[in-house]
Design a protein around this ligand. Structure first.
Ligand code: PEP
Ligand code: MN
Length: 360
């Protein structure tokens, strides 16, 4: 459970809440920012398992100085998992955000779409925003194929400082216009906190790249953003570390986090990364957050994208993030793993077939 204190809460009120929780054997973590945020963090040292007397969120919510509580109803033990806010029992708390009203439901609303429900959420487009024509042709094809969103980076996290670094705000404007013209949402990456307000003017879903998954100050800032966040898994991050990164965003006030498996570094060199399909059922068990799979970065080679996209949906992924370009060999970045628009359309239609096959 996360407890957000009122900005005007007194130290005595904070201490009362901590005391109330601690009494039942729960360890409480405290974060001091504009407001004090308390988080339950597992049984206190020396306590073997979950507390025997769980405290309901309602009891805490009614205490003086408490502004909001996240997670669970009174009957749910608060500390079943280390990732309380992202656990399936959660009740999302921000009605503005189109949060789920039915406790059984997974996922949340992104503009007019639900992500994590019966429908798949497929975002496709070039690695980087290039010119308006490329973006428009791509967006038209994604919309015609039945995709939900255009993806394209304007701020690029390149391994070499001499590689193309992206078009910046100009690129965001181009991508925004292409997406809007074809009724698509736009997904694009931010590399640091200063880019959030700029990107938020154009982008529907803010992407955090694999290289930034551990950037906790960026994650905290995204917790204050009024946009869903697509959080890529770090290059060598465990699922626990990935969920903790998601927790940073949720705990800072933004419950709309989308997890995206994009492959991890292993000893295998035949592919750019090893796409960890295990992560999909693990995450479906451990969190209500929607899970996407990126078979492009996951494999690094365009011929492997279709089979891995099918496998991802078969394993229960809520959608895909795919790199696609009208002329993939000319893509400004990640050309080798970028599929052409015809292949992208096949990926989308095969995903729908897979969805029906598993009776999603
Ligand atoms: C991307 O989506 O283009 C990207 C840079 O991905 P990742 O952070 O997973 O490498
Ligand atoms: Mn890329």
């Amino acid at each position: 459970m996360i407890i957000v204190m009122d900005p005007s809460a007194t130290e005595a009120q904070v201490a009362d809440v901590v005391e109330r929780l601690s009494r039942t054997g729960i360890r409480v973590l405290r974060l001091d920012g504009e407001r004090v945020v308390l988080s339950t963090a597992g049984p206190a040292p020396g306590t073997e398992s979950s507390p025997t007397t769980p405290v309901g969120t309602e009891a805490i919510a009614d205490m003086p100085g408490v502004s909001a509580t996240l997670n669970g109803d009174g009957a749910t033990p608060m500390v079943a998992a280390p990732h309380a806010t992202a656990a399936p029992e959660d009740e999302a708390w921000d009605p503005d955000n189109g949060a789920p009203t039915d406790a059984e439901e997974r996922g949340f609303q992104v503009k007019d779409r639900w992500i994590g429900g019966a429908e798949l959420f497929i975002a496709a487009g070039p690695c980087s925003v290039e010119d308006a024509d490329t973006m428009d042709r791509t967006a038209a094809a994604v919309a015609a194929a039945g995709g939900a969103a255009l993806r394209a980076g304007a701020f690029k996290p390149r391994s070499s400082p001499y590689s193309f670094q992206g078009m910046g705000e100009t690129g965001l404007a181009i991508a925004h216009d292409a997406a809007a013209a074809h009724g698509l949402l736009l997904v694009s990456e931010v590399l640091d906190a200063t880019q959030i307000p700029i990107a938020a003017r154009y982008v529907d879903v803010l992407q955090v790249g694999a290289r930034n998954m551990y950037n906790t100050s960026l994650l905290r800032e995204l917790g204050r953003a009024r946009r869903p966040v697509l959080l890529k898994r770090g290059l060598a991050a465990t699922i626990d570390e990935w969920l903790s990164a998601a927790e940073y965003i949720v705990a800072a006030g933004n419950p709309r986090v989308i997890l995206c498996e994009r492959g991890i570094r292993t000893f295998e060199t035949a592919t750019r990364n090893t796409l960890d399909l295990n992560a999909i059922p693990v995450l479906r068990e451990r969190t209500r957050l929607p899970v996407l799979v990126d078979p492009s970065h996951g494999t690094g080679r365009r011929v492997y994208v279709r089979p891995l996209a099918r496998a991802a949906i078969a394993c229960g992924a809520d959608g895909l993030l795919v790199e696609a370009h009208p002329e993939p060999d000319r893509a400004a970045s990640d050309a080798a793993q970028t599929v052409d628009l015809e292949t992208m359309a096949q990926v989308v239609s095969e995903a729908e077939v897979m969805k029906r096959a598993i009776a999603r």
